[in-house]
Design a protein around this ligand. Sequence first.
Ligand SMILES: CC(=O)N[C@H]1[C@@H](OP(=O)(O)OP(=O)(O)OC[C@H]2O[C@@H](n3ccc(=O)[nH]c3=O)[C@H](O)[C@@H]2O)O[C@H](CO)[C@@H](O)[C@@H]1O[C@H](C)C(=O)N[C@@H](C)C(=O)N[C@@H](CCC(=O)O)C(=O)O
Ligand code: ATP
Length: 444
Amino acid sequence: MSVESFSVLSPSFDATTGLVRFPYRLGGLPFTETLGFPEGFDASVAGTASFQKLLELTAVVLGVSYYKLLAPLTVDCGAIALTADEAALALDIYTNGLGEFYARNGLAQMDRVQIRAAPDTGPRPAAPLLAARALLPIGGGKDSLVSVQLLEHAGIDFTPFAVNAKGPILSSVETIGRAPLYVTRALDKEMIRLAKMPGYLNGHVPSTAINSMIAALTALLFGYDRILLSNERSASEGNAVFDGREVNHQHSKSLDFEAMIAGVLAGATGGALGYFSLLRPFSEAHIAALFAREDRFDAVFSSCNQNFRIAGHDGPLWCGKCPKCHFVFLILAPAMSRARLSGIFGADLLDKRENLASFRTLTGLAGQKPWECVGEILEAAACLHQLSKIPDWSDHEIVRVLGPELLAQYGEARLESAYSELMKPDARHLLPPDLAGRILADAS
Ligand SMILES: CC(=O)N[C@H]1[C@@H](OP(=O)(O)OP(=O)(O)OC[C@H]2O[C@@H](n3ccc(=O)[nH]c3=O)[C@H](O)[C@@H]2O)O[C@H](CO)[C@@H](O)[C@@H]1O[C@H](C)C(=O)N[C@@H](C)C(=O)N[C@@H](CCC(=O)O)C(=O)O
Ligand SMILES: Nc1ncnc2c1ncn2[C@@H]1O[C@H](COP(=O)(O)OP(=O)(O)OP(=O)(O)O)[C@@H](O)[C@H]1O
């Protein structure tokens, strides 16, 4: 089945109910996605040029879920006009943001996808009045909780924010103890049905880009001048090369993407809305060490994506079987005792022989980096190597078997220097200088 284009139609916001409708058309198929904002927003914001611009940009970004069913070469934005920067962001989302989707479906078309939109050459929206306070998206995993810890230490006010809060997001926010802002998001059920049908495609979408646009609308409606992401430096490493490009499962968590969307959000709001990742200077291994400094989230957080399925999840917080569970266990191990970490996961994942193949892949001894939110290959290898020097871990099956294989592949000097590099903050980040000083001092 094929269609010529995917159409993004004009979104509408109902300022009395807080409901937003995003209509789309894929050939003859109509779809509508909806968002529900909580009570308490400033309805007058809805009439501003900034809000209207962000609403339209959100429509373009959220369209990826419907586009991917047939992935035509043209994304037609119809009545939505885009500046050059906005069109570049849209193209990035429909190409690199869907890179994993193209690669896993064998669709070599990234260079041919085009965004059709009238140029927006009018005056830039004026700056809305936003309070000097931060919105902190919470994903239920360790990263955003390390941001919580750093903001609390720095005495910076923030409000937890989540889209479709459930499971570990709800329990983490309860433990944080601050009133949250939760937005509900409903994908069109027909899209979910069709994605399982023969003749239609399915695959990964850039969820951080989606959540970021929803956070931007929330920031305007509720008056926040900053959105603080918790994306680590390791998120910039890709998984594979396909169609002549590096393809990254976490593309919309990368530093390049952060710079691009930050520029577009600033341009759409007269410079009023800031967007940056608080954790960009840090590796996943460093973030894990920071997480281990406190134990108040041990029983409530989870990085396992099983928890975040739309249909829900009745199982344990950590499935213990996926690459993300294995990676997070591995990077927390150098900073935690066996008893504490096994208590969190409900099992000792480094002492299970059946996990050997997975840890081999994570550390680059075999296969390709998994299509999951896992850190860099050398990072995982360096962490595993460290464990062979820690008595609490050195006798573990995975450490005993893979330790010598890692030494043979990388050499001790490389593994040692990689680990010490992982614990040094990277200068490539977009944190404002005053905040960077305080965050880096706390994390060192
Ligand atoms: C929870 C999860 O990992 N889901 C991925 C999984 O989807 P699955 O079918 O197992 O469950 P659902 O998420 O419930 O999806 C049902 C169908 O709906 C489609 N869909 C879902 C969300 C959406 O925004 N748009 C959609 O079209 C989905 O395709 C299903 O047909 O596998 C999917 C296919 O590979 C993934 O796309 C699902 O990933 C979610 C979009 C998701 O939220 N994933 C995050 C946990 C995630 O991977 N985050 C990345 C960051 C990536 C980035 O660039 O921002 C990370 O942390 O590394
Ligand atoms: N449902 C959500 N609502 C709002 N923001 C989210 C949501 N899920 C993820 N995020 C944001 O995206 C970031 C990346 O998600 P990710 O799952 O990698 O991080 P995490 O849950 O904080 O930690 P971990 O990597 O351990 O899972 C989060 O830190 C958070 O800022």
